[in-house]
Design a binder for this molecule. Structure first.
Ligand SMILES: NC(=O)C1=CN([C@@H]2O[C@H](COP(=O)(O)OP(=O)(O)OC[C@H]3O[C@@H](n4cnc5c(N)ncnc54)[C@H](OP(=O)(O)O)[C@@H]3O)[C@@H](O)[C@H]2O)C=CC1
Ligand SMILES: CC(=O)[C@@H](O)[C@H](O)COP(=O)(O)O
Ligand SMILES: [Mn+2]
Length: 396
């Protein structure tokens, strides 16, 4: 029985992880949960799973949850809050495995603390690798901690890497769906609404990553995530547009062989792979995770268009620049995506904001998580200023 902590339990990945725990009750038991603001979902999870510990984003929310649990006669669940609460969840001594799935840099401190506490990590939160990848990887190496990617592409690469040694890898290919605007002409990008951008063609995910997929910043983050996880320079991490999202990524070896991983578009599969690693667990027919090859009629691959998707170019540039650039890339994107969803800026103002923040970002790579968070705050402030002074709200 593996005892699991889930950071971001009320989100898309959090719920998929709990669904795996439902399917394999003899193998995986969630004993610590960290939610954000969704009190109803957190309450339902606390009632269903009776975790030892549950965290909410604020003290007020934690008080409400505690009161409602007690009113229902549940006193065995300890309720904590804030960043400190997420760190407590991530480092609870009984926990063997931490699923890191809080969205954004809000998940960084808990993820880092889990690594430092020697927990095995199932990593969905790519933003913490973008912002602080070197520190997280170094801490994991020092403690011999396994960082198992849940992000579907990196999970696919992890599986393909079992077919050769790191020295035998020529390059890796991350597949990108291309998002909802894969074929939209550039002239129409100025009219894109949040509603349109939230319609991902192949995956159902949280709002931030869905908008990031629409701008292709998600793929940019994934390039940096791959560089960190697999110790490769950006030049050895390629992106290919594959609208079917059937091949989740590929590894090209020096002899010319290319290994690919194919499966259904369901995040329960990479989550299960990470939880079970190095074993593989047999999945029941009713769980619908197996791939029906008869449905495979067409696989398309093409070059990404850096003109229509400048976020992808900005991410490669930030990866090459290093220093504080990746931190600013993520922080500015986080602010710009929120502004777009609130109708304060247009779709193409997202890359414009990020580009301007990157232009004023200088300085060496931070040596600690505290310094990463300082650089993150500075880039957020710069992004807010760009948005307040240069862009007008949009009426769709
Ligand atoms: N969804 C997917 O298929 C994939 C997701 N990922 C990555 O996984 C991560 C999660 O994505 P996804 O599940 O889609 O996102 P969601 O928006 O669905 O969920 C985000 C989770 O983070 C919690 N959260 C947000 N802010 C805080 C905070 N300050 N403190 C504590 N918890 C917080 C939310 O809580 P609440 O809802 O209670 O406010 C929620 O549980 C992201 O980094 C994403 O890039 C990677 C690959 C695929
Ligand atoms: C499921 C997953 O891993 C997402 O990151 C997904 O890949 C997003 O799709 P895009 O390829 O459109 O960014
Ligand atoms: Mn992905």
């Amino acid at each position: 029985m593996k005892k699991i902590a889930i950071l971001g339990s009320t989100g898309s990945i959090g719920n998929s992880t709990l669904s795996i725990c439902e399917s394999f009750p003899d193998r995986y038991k969630p004993i610590a949960l960290a939610a954000g603001r969704n009190i109803e979902a957190a309450l339902a999870q606390a009632i269903r799973w009776r975790p030892k510990l549950i965290s909410m984003a604020t003290e007020e929310l934690a008080d409400t949850l505690r009161t409602r649990l007690r009113a229902g006669g549940i006193t065995c669940v300890e309720v904590v809050h804030g960043t400190e609460g997420t760190v407590q969840v991530a480092t609870l001594p009984e926990v063997d495995f931490v699923v890191s799935a809080i969205v954004g840099v809000a998940g960084l401190e808990a993820t880092y603390a889990a690594v430092c506490a020697g927990k095995t990590i199932g990593l969905a939160n790519k933003e913490c690798l973008v912002a602080a990848g070197e520190l997280i990887i170094a801490a994991a190496r020092e403690r011999n901690v396994a960082l198992l990617p849940i992000d579907s592409e990196h999970n696919a690469i992890h599986q393909c890497m079992r077919g050769g040694t790191a020295a035998e890898v020529k390059q890796i290919w991350l597949t990108a769906s291309g998002g909802p605007f894969r074929s939209t002409p550039l002239k129409d990008f100025s009219n894109i609404t949040p509603q349109q951008a939230l319609k991902h063609p192949t995956w159902v995910m949280g709002q931030r990553i869905t908008i990031d997929s629409a701008t292709m910043m998600n793929k940019g983050f994934e390039v940096i995530e791959a560089c960190r996880l697999f110790n490769l320079p950006p030049a050895q991490v390629q992106v290919t547009v594959h609208p079917q999202s059937t091949v989740h990524s590929l590894v090209e070896f020096v002899d010319g062989s290319i290994l690919a991983q194919i499966s259904v578009t369901d995040m329960r599969l990479p989550i299960l792979y990470a939880l079970a690693y190095p074993e593989r667990v047999a999945v029941a027919e009713k769980d619908r995770l197996t791939f029906d090859l008869k449905t495979l009629s067409q696989l398309d691959f093409s070059q990404p268009d850096f003109n229509r998707f400048p976020c992808l170019r900005l991410a490669y540039e930030a990866a090459e620049a290093g220093g504080k650039a990746p931190i600013a890339l993520n922080a500015a994107d986080e602010i710009a995506v929120a502004a777009f969803l609130e109708g304060r800026i247009a779709f193409m103002d997202i890359p414009r904001t990020i580009e301007q923040v990157l232009q004023v970002t200088t300085g060496p790579r931070p040596a600690s998580i505290v310094e990463v968070l300082e650089a993150d705050l500075a880039a957020r402030q710069a992004a807010r200023e760009v948005i307040a002074t240069q862009f007008a709200p949009v009426s769709h």
